[in-house]
Write a protein that binds this ligand. Sequence first.
Ligand SMILES: Cc1ncc(COP(=O)(O)O)c(C=O)c1O
Length: 391
Amino acid sequence: METAKRIRELPPYLFAEIDKKIADAKRRGVDVLSLAIGDPDMPTPEHIVRRLVETAQDPQNHRYPSYEGLEEFRGAIAGWYERRFGVKLDPDKEIVSLIGSKEGIAHIPLCFVDPGDINLIPDPGYPVYGIGTLFAGGRSYMMPLLESNGYLPDLSAIPVDVARAAKLMFINYPNNPTAAVAPEGFFEEVVEFAKKYDIIVCHDAAYTEITYDGYRAPSFLQTPGAMDVGIEFHSLSKTYNMTGWRIGWAAGNRTVIEALGRIKTNIDSGIFQAIQYAAIAALTGPQEPIEEACRIYARRRDMIIDGLNALGWNLKPTRGSIYIWAPVPRGYDSIGFASYLLEKTGVVITPGIGYGKHGEGYFRVSLTYPDSKIAEALNRIKEAGVTFAGK
Ligand SMILES: Cc1ncc(COP(=O)(O)O)c(C=O)c1O
């Protein structure tokens, strides 16, 4: 049996590879302690779970849901956007529900990319931007995100012929994996570039609610002109500790939203309605659990940054996302350092190369682990004599 070319061309999925290494280490008796995955350890707030339980008992919700999402759910999203960002959206035409934002990110290239077309992809970046492009037969033009440029793409470095041929541009702030945030003026620059070259912007806003030290991340859609050129992907996953529930949305330009909805009606049949009712409770209910989660993440961020800086790193406090992005010690590449750390200490971190060529030389740590685990991991790293000065 021969798989299709698009499957054969797939790079190995990073976390599956890590899982294999972890399993091997466990088999050899290593006491494994993972800081690798960005999956909130805190539970979904109780009022949201309660709403799911209530609505799951209603037989009305046991049938096929509507393709585009319940009117009330899209209305709750529109209300949330207006309260949070001052952005007004038409729930019928400018919002579509998603089975987690990953689903929409993977499908959007099917709407606009013909075989051979180019998408602009951040490197390092969330792997699904490139994979969705590959599945649509498109080509990825990687935009390097360099520390020296605040992990922003340098739009002026994109060759004019590439920009002219490009269909979609993916951006993501607060950023996974670098934890960078978009400075004032950056989204304006993106809108101008997208208008000049007729490119559709897809802003992945998965982490806008997870921010620290008083910083509030903007929505791309609040940028003048953004609704003409793009959409924003959002999700309840990180905001409300709901990664397992699989619910999110895309909002913005109505032509793009209509096209994404059309692809989806041919692939899936919407989200279990009880989950949509629970999501409404999340968006319209008390927002204090987000503040509490951000306080906890900020504390862990400080623990990790202080811990690594005491071993010779020079990391600055991050302002958003649930990650710390740090250079590997001298003498290692990112896989080499991850393997060394696993062998020597049992601590699992994510090698930067898994997020693209320009992630080489870095590693990612996630803040979604209890303080006690983080403290133990830092202690093991220190005891093993690991320092930034390297081998
Ligand atoms: C940058 C980014 N975008 C999107 C997602 C997908 O989130 P979900 O499909 O749970 O909404 C993730 C998940 O880790 C992410 O890191």
